[in-house]
Design a protein around this ligand. Sequence first.
Ligand code: AMP
Length: 489
Amino acid sequence: MTNSRGRPEEKGRAAAGPRDDKGQDEAHRAAARREADKAEVDFRSLGLSPATMAAVDRAGYEIPTPVQAGLIPRALKGIDVLGQARTGTGKTAAFVLPILERMATPGRGGSPRAIVLVPTRELAVQVRDEFEKLAHGSGIVCVAVYGGKPLKGQIDKLAKHPAVVVGTPGRVLDHMSRGTLSLSGLDIVTLDEADRMLDIGFRPDIEKILRRCPEGRQTLLLSATVPPPVQRLATRYMHNPEIMDFSTNELAVETIEQRYFTVDPTRKFDLLDRLLEREQPRQAIVFCRTKRGTDKVFERLSRRLARRGERRGERRERGGREGSEGSQAVACIHGDLAQNVRDRVMRQFREGTVQILVATDVVGRGIDVSSVSHIINYDVPEFCDDYVHRVGRTGRMGREGIAFTFVTPEEGTQLTRIEIRIERLLERDEIEGFEAFDRRPAPAPVEQVPTAYGRGLAEQPQQEPAEKPKPAASLLGKGRGPKRHRRAL
Ligand code: AMP
């Protein structure tokens, strides 16, 4: 198996076996150490109590990441903070630790005392897990509530008055209207991935929830980008928020190498197959645009890998040298799958028993699996922001990662938009026999090309890709726009 790029560090990456937890933890720690060396802070200087410090030690976090160093002291003082931070930077612990500190002081009475709103079910589970890790032994209970799971189990858990609730806005509202969740005792509200929640149409739900929260509560808002709708939310529902930017200038972190292939649409699957063979990823996410497309790629890939596994087995039996690569397990995830299936797939992916995950953008945000070495955009994402989030699934906590995007000859403009959004040119890659004629138009003058949220070169507001005119609102029906997007995951 040759890697056409053939550079030593890529061989190292390809050779890295399945997930090695110890190695990962060490990599996280090393990354945090590097960041903190720059900032010259340690956890002890942040004002955390001995009990919380013990939790930090137990988790093996030696040095705070920049978002933790910036957010924790302010949150402990009760200040509202709007923090611009990507996932993979330690932002979950940055709000979990102050919440745990708050639980040590008397509350207003009523339960829960803290709520965290998140855009997806997967992120709800991940945030709940981080709470459980850091709250271990403290008696502080955190319950996750999200759609796709029966209400009954969640109602039973809420009836036991957990101190902390993590949930998706729709399900939180559902519980509020049933009277199974009261927000009257809240001391602290956190909006995680606020931009994503607004993107997928949760704004009305979030506003309803925030209106029902006690006036004097503290609000923390974390967002990868701060477009005007997020700013408006902050202005309306936060008290003199301190705005902190923990994002790096480069949207997609420096450690992520980003390449593209031009390919004819009919040859995409074979290119994927060859690319996986060439790269031998430790773990990869293959992003598709639609749920049906995801299913199709998953089915074909499972068949192809199974056949290859059988052939290898036969060759091994005949005494051949094949088999050193090990067979790769593939799984698929999208919004149409039952929640228990989604949970199982995410667990297997985290544990490393699944190496290749074919997915829609449902896992494009927030999901932290630090051994993801490869992102493959089988379909160019519809929105430039989704590209940034997909690519951000690799290169976690300063680790290396590589992202490939398949671009059909008709999609040159989309590629250019992405490049403008990330302020960087993607490098062209090739696998012999798969080149498509590159009909990329010459780059348009920068100021004429729409960029997202003013972060592009042209500092212009985001517009949707021009090729996909939106159906008139009347065709969708009242309030249907965001739901369409949500279903598309
Ligand atoms: P997040 O950005 O919250 O998704 O966190 C990314 C990963 O970093 C998670 O696996 C955390 O457990 C881990 N992590 C968070 N804070 C630290 C730290 N200070 N040192 C080492 N690892 C950390």
